[in-house]
Design a protein around this ligand. Structure first.
Ligand SMILES: [Zn+2]
Length: 286
């Protein structure tokens, strides 16, 4: 059965897609949280990897098809694929096909950031834009940082996934919070790195937030459950403390990029402090 899950946010149809399932070291994914705690919510395999996906989101707003995240880079070779335990049974292309779309039908791509597991399918094997009729929206800061990496950030970026987009003049470089379309905004969510942005959709009194790697899976909702991969973990904590109470107040639908099971969730207050995320049923696609 296809992953695709679709639902309405006010007047707008949104569809959760998936591009690959993969695994990453559970210790790295939960930072300073002891395994005795995290393995209750995210069991590890024999290589200590936990199950993840990359879940792009399709937003059909007016006449436009808008895609958040393009998918997991697919040109790393056999060893790369096996390190990440990549399973590509489902792809963003198949997900689009299931709703009657091709890459040519995408008008706008939103890159939350340019890491290869999120922006990996920005370009094709020929190093051409995968979505040739789309603008690609990214924070200017993120493109700058992707081009000026250091030893800690370098492994996350593949220039072939963003330089051809820049060469083709398809990037819209955003500086901070910005309304891309009526009801559709991007919002800086620093911590994982400094150029990451989330996406906020408002329609008919409802709100959806694509939280990017601020909360990579639902299991990461507790405030201190912060990835070891984050370049600025205390900034992640501050960003969470700023926005989670607001998203809870707005009863926002939360979409995480990497949850292996749940496309849509909502926040509930944790009596011990902070929040937990609970699945919020979308209607499965036929
Ligand atoms: Zn990620």
């Amino acid at each position: 059965m296809a992953w695709n899950h679709t639902r309405q946010i006010g007047e707008v149809k949104v569809t959760s897609l998936t591009d690959a399932s993969f695994g990453l070291d559970g210790g790295a994914m939960f930072g300073s949280v002891p395994k005795a705690l995290w393995e209750r919510v995210a069991p590890a395999d024999e290589q200590n990897r936990i199950a993840l996906r990359i879940n792009p989101l399709l937003i059909q707003l007016g006449e436009e098809n808008i895609l958040i995240e393009t998918g997991f880079w697919d040109r790393g070779g056999e060893k790369f694929e096996s390190i990440y335990g990549l399973d590509r049974d489902e792809t963003v292309f198949r997900g689009l096909q299931n709703v009657g779309l091709t890459p040519d039908d995408i008008h706008l791509v939103i890159n939350t950031h340019l890491h290869f597991d999120h922006a990996g399918r920005n370009t094709t094997a020929l190093n051409e834009p995968t979505f040739p009729n789309a603008r690609y929206a990214v924070q200017k800061r993120e493109l700058d940082d992707a081009r000026h990496t250091h030893e800690r950030s370098r492994a996350s970026y593949v220039p072939d996934t963003f330089e051809p987009i820049a060469d083709a003049g398809l990037f819209d470089l955003i500086d901070g919070e910005h309304e891309l379309r009526p009801g559709l905004s991007v919002l800086p969510l620093p911590g994982h790195n400094l150029g990451q942005q989330g996406v906020v959709l408002r329609s008919g009194g409802q709100t959806l937030v694509y939280v990017a790697d601020l909360i990579p899976t639902l299991a990461h909702t507790p405030l201190p459950y912060i990835m070891g991969y984050d370049l600025y973990p205390v900034t992640t904590l501050e960003t969470r403390k700023t926005y989670l109470p607001q998203w809870f107040e707005q009863n926002a639908v939360i979409c995480t990029p990497h949850d292996p099971r749940t496309p849509f969730a909502r926040l509930q207050e944790n009596p011990k402090g902070g929040f937990v995320a609970v699945p919020d049923e979308g209607e499965p696609q036929k």
